[in-house]
Design a protein around this ligand. Sequence first.
Ligand code: NDP
Length: 496
Amino acid sequence: MDQPTLQHDKLYIGGEWRRGRGAEITSNFPADGSLNAHLPGASLEDVDLAIERAQDAAADPAWRHLLPHERASYLYRIADGIAQSADRISQVQSRDTGKTLTETRALAMSAAGTFRYMAATLETMEDALTPSRGNFLTMSVYEPLGVTAGITPWNSPIASDAQKVAPALAAGNAILLKPSSWSPLVCLELARVIEAAGLPKGLFSTLPGAGSIVGERLVTHPAIRKVSFTGGTETGRDIARKAADKLMPVSLELGGKSPAIVFADADLDVACAGVMFGIFSSTGQSCIAGSRLFVERSIYDAFVAKLVAATKRLHVGHPFEAATQVAPLIRPKHRDEVEGHVKRARDDGGVILTGGERPAGVDYAGGTYYLPTIIAGLDNTASLCRDEVFGPVLAVLPFDDEADLIRQCNDNSYGLACGIYTGDFPKAWRVARAIDTGTVWINTYKQFSISTPFGGTKDSGLGREKGRDGIRAWMAQKSLYCDLSQAPHPWAKKSL
Ligand code: NDP
């Protein structure tokens, strides 16, 4: 996008574009620090207004009792709108986050796919007729919750926004979306598409603003009936504690420290490409990044040498260059944090095999670039192997046998993902079933399908998104008993 600043000065609240009354949020382009926009964020009054409008819209029978295929038609229109605006959405997201245009375009198309899938799922969802234990017709049905909220992080905004907004609307709810303060602009593009799709006013609002103010209000407000959160583990814990006070369901998609595993019998080209893609794509700013690499000892030296050589050839560059594989990190503050992790790893005795610094040269001046980094010589208990870095930093460790491998992989507080590279399928299957994690990839990494549920174990989260049950996670289950005899209950009959 050529213009130095983006025209974003209003929020979409209750079906209207309004100037936010909260603190200003600044968005800069991570490739050179230039200004994208000053956006007036949402105030508490704005949040309350959005909730009020959402309550009316969610309770309106015209929405609550809309037939599934009619509700699905809004989602199909939103999907088409996102696909038609994919280039613009991609450019705004790349400016907001520094991600490559290739990646942000793919994220936009995946968001369109999410709306389309949820529409199709909604059209084919069924309530259950349950076996009755008497002369009843018994049913289990699903109903909308009412007003819900989605709170999302900065790393893949349009995709994570869609994963909350699409199933929430498909379920017949209203949803208020609070994006990260570090990527406030993309949700406004989504709002434009949703408005153009003709979704009834009030069902969707965007509320950029500080998590501790806007996010907190959404979580604690009595009218909000569910929060779906994607973000850091500590924030997720805090949200879960507050949700417990009002006994509100929450879904938490949190952090990770996922292992990638290379056995000696793997196709080493496939493994090397998969390991690099797993940790260095998105500049490592990915919850599922394969940030701990376990290599079978007999091939450890040779494989690590191959990996280091290939990593040095990765193209670190501007997000708008087609050749770029590793773009800048999101913010200078975040790069400082990544550098802090690498310093601690060095202090712990880690040996930097490649990277460990900012790239030199005029092309990188002003941008928040950091070289893909591989660190060896650490124990699985070192902080680099425990803490989520959320940057392009890989710890490599050897393993001796399956038992040793599984023990090391599971000896971690997170359980989000895992990648296994081997030519021996029964072994891949055994190990996949033994790793305590939400997703396992075999001979690949970071592949997603909207029809396959996603979520974590342990500190990586609670609940699942996506898949056919993805809509039901936004609904209340109700049991219905209908007496078929139409006769008074025998217990009371003699008193009648
Ligand atoms: P944060 O947890 O800091 O923030 C996530 C969102 O929560 C932001 O919108 C933030 O707002 C908001 N927030 C912050 N504090 C509160 C609060 N007290 N109450 C309510 N909302 C709050 O995470 P990051 O944005 O730094 O994102 C990176 C993290 O997200 C990583 O740990 C990563 O692993 C995780 N993640 C997990 C994914 C998964 O699917 N499992 C996918 C992508 C990321 P604000 O920005 O204004 O502070």
